[in-house]
Design a protein around this ligand. Structure first.
Ligand SMILES: [Zn+2]
Ligand SMILES: [Zn+2]
Length: 396
């Protein structure tokens, strides 16, 4: 250490006004470099002091405290020096460039600040950043570092999105009671799509919502999800699977569909359902007749044909435009063509016997002991469960 001191002494003994210009400039350049080199060495020792916990001898809890107290350095400066000292231990290329005089301490401070934002990304980009520090002015280097930091942050948020996406899952399983349990986590984008679709259905509903709608919000969301799936299944341009556009399938005995109790009706995935549910589903559906020999052998399989042919449905839509239930204005896309007298009971699939009903009202008129719908002089008349007539406020 005395050699360093004596070098400084030699400098101090020089009488500057007597020195030639070139010599002054040369000395300055050398000092500028050596000061940085000395700074690197000082910081290297600071890191070593921290590593050896030498500061604990005087009861200091941190090396910054030791530096601030022992050398009367400001706290902010002390912390900054510790930060750079630690960082330089992990920045081999930066240190090499600094030691060979290619980098100034100012440039190193910029690089250390960049590294602070993401040490592992800095390790991957250190070569390029040191090269930038070598060729750019301080101002440009700061700009380069800012761009780099932005790019890293962008990448990091993308990575974050990917990590979230990996956690996506959806389970839909049939429970013992025949309820389908839905449980899952959707990635942000899919979740947003779901929420948008649910909201769209709920908003459309709230326009035609009646005071007697006693569904809870959760029940309304469940109905909305059903409506979304159903309308998707109804899309004509939907791709077919094995030559058919898959749809909800209910298998029901011929007696059961005629209203005889005791028979069975089954949905493909969920299993047995109430016969009246089968009658409602069959009310406006495609039907395929399967004649069975015994319990499990199909003898004859008919063609799948829609109960309400497309042309007939269009005629009903033109006439009714929307749900015919008094006070309901849900558009025809939400509606089924309901047979006032069920086709299984001999009711004709003809305009006078068909009425557009939205899914909720369709369900209500099929409910045993619920609202009734009958034709009087060719006009639909809705009756409350107690038999009183529901006034049709807006007949078409
Ligand atoms: Zn019906
Ligand atoms: Zn309705």
């Amino acid at each position: 250490m005395s050699e360093l001191r004596s070098a400084v002494e030699a400098l101090r003994s020089e009488t500057l006004p007597e020195l030639p210009d070139a010599r002054i400039e040369e000395d300055f350049a050398e000092l500028q470099r050596v000061v940085d080199l000395l700074e690197v060495e000082r910081l290297r020792r600071l890191a070593e002091i921290e590593r050896r916990r030498l500061l604990e001898r005087d009861g200091h809890l941190s090396v910054a405290s030791w530096l601030a107290t022992t050398f009367k350095v400001g706290w902010g400066t002390a912390r900054e020096h510790v930060r750079i000292a630690r960082a330089l231990e992990e920045m081999p290329e930066t240190r090499r460039a600094l030691e060979s005089g290619d980098l100034s301490m100012s440039a190193v401070r910029v690089l250390v600040a960049a590294r602070d934002s993401d040490p592992s990304a800095f390790r991957r980009s250190e070569t390029e950043l040191v090269e930038a520090a070598r060729i750019h002015s301080m101002q440009d280097l700061q700009r380069v570092a800012a761009y780099w930091r932005e790019a890293v942050e962008r990448e990091r948020s993308l990575e974050g999105d990917e990590k979230l996406r990996e956690r996506r899952r959806l389970h839909a399983s049939v429970t013992l009671l025949g309820l389908v349990r839905v449980d899952g986590d959707l990635d942000p984008e899919t979740g947003e799509t779901l929420l948008t679709a649910l909201r769209a259905v709920l908003d459309a509903e709230s326009r035609s919502r009646r005071e007697d709608d006693d569904r809870t919000p959760a029940q309304r969301r469940a109905d909305a999800l059903g409506e979304i799936c159903r309308q998707w299944l109804d899309l004509a341009e939907r791709p077919s699977v094995a030559g058919e556009r898959p749809h909800v399938t209910v298998t029901v005995g011929a007696d059961t569909i005629r209203g005889d109790s005791g028979g069975t009706s089954e949905l493909d995935h969920v299993g047995p359902v109430h016969p009246e549910t089968a009658r409602r589903l069959a009310c406006d559906a495609s039907v395929m007749r399967v004649v069975m020999a015994g319990r499990s052998q199909p003898l004859d399989v008919g063609r799948r044909t829609p109960v309400v042919p497309p042309a007939m449905r269009r005629a009903v839509i033109v006439r009714d435009r929307r749900c015919r239930f008094p006070g309901c204005d849900r558009p025809h896309t939400w509606c089924d063509a309901h047979h006032v007298v069920h086709w299984a009971d001999g009711g004709p699939t003809a305009l006078p016997n068909l009425v557009l009903l939205c899914r909720r009202h369709h369900r209500m008129v099929h409910q045993p002991g619920g609202f009734r719908l009958e034709l009087m002089d060719g006009r639909p008349v809705f009756r409350r469960p107690d038999g009183s007539v529901l006034e049709d406020r807006a007949p078409p």
